[in-house]
Design a protein around this ligand. Structure first.
Ligand code: PDD
Length: 279
């Protein structure tokens, strides 16, 4: 399996990451995940734009232009023969010796970029059936708009949900729902679709932005407005969105059914709009 290491495509076994890489020591880095369908990237520009924007927010410099990165990624899925799958890319601030919290000069210490591919088919059965979620306090920092590799708050929340037998954690700050541990969250009440507005408390999900657009174009009523756990528990439908989950129904929250406890008609419509956009 080939991977990208800085600006080259190499065998995975050739990659050498220094133990003093700031990504390893401080989680000083960013990442993104993009998906390929039928051997082609879906929303690649949006993911590359977000990677560059996350980098800019923490003064990280990429070792190539957006165009060069897109060409490298396209070559990678070609050589790895990825028909349907996920492409994970990450950028760290490189090797900082001696260890020091403050950033080294980017002119002296180049950032380190890696990208890997995994074949992952669509889980149609799960998208039909839906998943269960548990509400967990959002313990993360206040820059959730940056796609940081520092994910302890997210993984601890997901672990809480998993321990209770759930698939995903729905995060809230003092009862106001923000997003899930690795996806954005939405609710539908009286045929209006709600999701938290962009800002520093949620990731500007590429899937979310794309679903907002296709939903509005299809004439559905959409509001980018925050809602509470109480609202969520009275919702007709709830779902999560991400590159890897697409629009995934959440049919049980904290062990109680959402609506009828099965996928609702609005999320089913959104799933179809997503598939139409992919094709
Ligand atoms: N997660 N919110 C969080 C906290 C996320 O980690 C993600 C994505 C999203 C959805 O973003 P997008 O629609 O652009 O994938 C929202 C990725 C898939 C991951 O960490 O694997």
């Amino acid at each position: 399996m080939k991977v990208i290491w800085n600006n080259e495509i190499v065998e995975r076994s050739e990659v050498k990451i220094d133990m003093e890489d700031r990504g390893y020591q401080f989680a000083d880095g960013i990442y993104d995940v993009v998906r390929a369908y039928n051997g082609e990237f879906f929303t690649l520009n949006e993911h590359v734009d977000r990677l560059f924007s996350s980098a800019e927010k923490i003064d990280l410099v990429l070792p190539f232009t957006k165009e060069e990165l897109k060409q490298l990624l396209t070559k990678l899925i070609e050589v790895n023969n990825i028909d349907i799958g996920n492409i994970y890319m990450q950028l760290t601030r490189g090797i900082g010796i001696p260890r020091n919290h403050s950033y080294p000069d980017p002119e002296l210490v180049p950032s380190v970029f890696t990208a890997t591919t995994t074949i992952v088919p669509r889980d149609q059965e799960k998208m039909d059936r839906g998943m269960s979620a548990f509400t967990v306090p959002d313990m993360r920092w206040l820059r959730c708009d940056i796609k940081s590799i520092s994910l302890l708050g997210n993984i601890m929340a997901k672990h809480e949900a998993h321990k209770k037998g759930g698939d995903e954690a729905i995060l809230h700050r003092d009862g106001v729902v923000t997003e899930c541990s690795s996806s954005n969250v939405w609710m539908i009440k009286d045929n209006t679709i709600y999701t938290h507005p962009d800002g520093n408390l949620v990731l500007p999900g590429v899937t979310k932005i794309m679903l907002l657009k296709v939903a509005r174009e299809a004439g559905l009523s959409v509001k980018e407005e925050a809602f509470t756990i109480e609202d969520l528990k009275k919702a007709d439908e709830v779902f999560a969105s991400s590159t890897t989950m697409e629009a995934m129904p959440i049919t049980f929250i904290d062990g109680n059914p959402v609506g009828q406890g099965k996928r609702g008609s609005v999320v089913e419509r959104l799933q179809q709009l997503y598939v139409d956009a992919v094709e």
